[in-house]
Design a binder for this molecule. Sequence first.
Ligand code: 7PM
Length: 264
Amino acid sequence: MAVLNITPDSFSDGGQLFNSAVKMDAVIDQAARFVEAGAHILDVGGESTRPGADPVPEHLELERVIPVIEALSTRFDCVLSVDTSTPSVMQQSAEQGAHCINDVRALTRDNALEVAAATGLPVCLMHMQGTPQTMQVAPTYDDPVRTVLDWLMQRVAACLEAGIEADQVALDPGFGFGKTLAHNLALFQNLNAFVKTGYPIMIGVSRKRMIGELTGQPVEQRAVGSAVAAALAVQAGVHVVRVHDVEATRDALAVWQGISQGMQ
Ligand code: 7PM
């Protein structure tokens, strides 16, 4: 899954996309490069969930995301994910051809469960402790693996109750969302506990602080560290890796796949 951030302040590609206004051609070119490089899913988001970031008003998120979903769905036949917590964005994205919903707030906003269920789309539920404004202040857990897993399973129960089918749910431990390096490493070392739930597991560690802390590299130099982490996650049974550096990840996964399968 390739990250397509439609935000002016994104640390990844978004910054280049927004020198003046929404540059649709640049968004489409970036999406084409991701697909060419081997991405299977494009994750379109219009809200920065960066630690400390201000909330994006609903009208701005709609303005950023909906035209992009519409443009991509007519041009590419790859899977289109919408990265949003906002019910109106879920609903209009579904109408414009989105195939799945990726919600870092796990459908906890008012009406999100109902609206997501009504779209009939698959949903990815992510764990976050706190809010983007406060989550990295002093995250604490007795047992991060247990806490995150239990919370996600409660959100699964809420989804089932709202009429979302069990086979339409994926789970994400939410690396970096209200977690210290120690918490992130404990979650990574125990990815099999998430895999054992039987739900598809998605993770996002690409370019995150965790990779910076392990490599000493600034955000623009984290592709190698991120690709190694993606390969290790897939080896642990993770189904979807959300990444910024598609080529580096593709190569890391090709090497993992070759070595793990051997000569056929
Ligand atoms: C600024 C800082 C912009 C951080 C974006 C981010 C995840 C996600 C994000 C994840 C799922 C990033 C984050 N992270 N969705 N959305 N899982 N499911 O690093 O880990 O891309 S936003």
